[in-house]
Design a protein around this ligand. Structure first.
Ligand SMILES: [Zn+2]
Length: 103
């Protein structure tokens, strides 16, 4: 819940826009079950990053999305690239939050 409140007014970690559509999107990468995701259950809020409605629908956290840099890569490489990008945005989100808290 603390993570969701912090995401209110945050910038989308994918495109940088700040608007009312930005919500916390949960990690759905290759290791999602390590981070609390189960059948019919979302992952833990800690493993999530703010995304705007457009990026949520067509970005690294969207189902079926493929990083344009990896369209010609094998499917398992595409999945790895997507997982890594989600984790990178989650790390950036936590780094941003920690910097804001120190100011
Ligand atoms: Zn966005």
């Amino acid at each position: 819940m603390k993570e969701r409140r912090a995401a209110n007014g945050a910038a989308c970690m994918n495109c940088g826009i700040t608007d009312s559509t930005v919500v916390l999107c949960h990690y759905s990468g290759m290791r999602q079950h390590m981070y609390g995701k189960g059948r019919g259950r979302k992952g833990e809020d800690f493993y999530a990053a703010p995304q705007c409605v457009r990026c949520h629908a067509d970005g690294p956290f969207a189902e079926g999305w493929i990083d344009p840099a990896y369209v010609d890569a094998p499917r398992d490489v595409q999945r790895l690239a997507k997982s890594e990008l989600q984790l990178a945005q989650i790390v950036e989100w936590h780094r941003w939050r920690n910097q804001v808290r120190k100011i």
